[in-house]
Design a protein around this ligand. Sequence first.
Ligand code: 13P
Ligand code: SF4
Length: 370
Amino acid sequence: MNATTTPLAAEPLPFDDYRHAPDAQLEARIEAVKREMGRSLLILGHHYQQDEVIRFADLRGDSLKLSQLAAADRDCRAIVFCGVHFMAETADILSREDVTVHLPDMTAGCSMADMADLDSVEAAWSDLAEVIDVSDVTPVTYINSTAELKAFCGRHGGIVCTSSNARKVLDWAFARRRRALFFPDQHLGRNTARSMGIPLEEMIVWDPRRDMGGNSTRAIEDSRVILWRGHCSVHQMFKPAHVAQFRERHPGIQILVHPECSMPVVEASDLVGSTEFILKTIAEAPAGSEWAVGTELHLVNRLAKEHPDKKVHFLSPMVCMCSTMYRIDLPHLAWCLENLARGTPVNRVQVPDDVKASARESLRRMLELG
Ligand code: 13P
Ligand code: SF4
């Protein structure tokens, strides 16, 4: 595992002070640090975060919005990220030099981000170079990836995308070069390329464990989109059969899913979009409308609670939650904040300077698209 992927070891949480403290006490301690640190502290929260944590976030958003917020803040000295490791890395890359970024639990990683590492992407790049001209390939990394992969894109004329802007980013990429290598999420890549009218025959899947990604020379030559064989373990649990069941049992229901779902699920749905899009769609839907939503459980439960005038269902009969995001809990948040206030910061996420410079380049290209 390289230097900037999700660390396996975390600084230990002192059990007596935090793990065994009652919630009400932890909440009061968190509030106290927020009051004491004022605007020098910025708590960012991703929409998948559990309620007990997200309520302390100064700002909430999807991956795109949170990276824009980290880049825009002019007052804070420390960002505490209630999200997962790649989000904290992105905040470290985009925030001012004098801002430190902290992740309350360093084991809050992303299983999808862990499916592509720098060594295997570099190996794929040189394998591809044996068959096609890679100066005609744009590497596109989903923001759910390590800083090192963002840096790889920065060095090779590539770009980052999020689930909100993947279409805009691929348009940008195809305006410059003939092909795109898209990692780590094959589903976001495939769903986006399909929405642009690129036929499936011009897409191949690159399996990093197989020779030439498991592709023939001919298939590589004919491809326009090379999709990394990665996925989200949460969103892969939604199936077309769940969509069919809801349609049968709830006539008139609308199905709204995240683009990390597989293509058959997306094609069976009415609407597809990022977490921010999902939030906005439900907020603006007429009272009495009925929805089945295919994304992380905490967000869907919160939407159902916040919109009692609409019927909001969870699309899968299984519990699909982001178990790594869930590691950020009250004890870890209180511990991280109290140490910051005491001047003994813990769990700092710090991207090495050389990686940062190239990663910033690929993020900058994305942010300039608006
Ligand atoms: P958003 O881009 O919608 O925030 O999604 C991030 C993510 O990790 C979804 O699984
Ligand atoms: Fe990663 Fe999936 Fe969790 Fe999103 S929901 S952070 S892609 S594991």
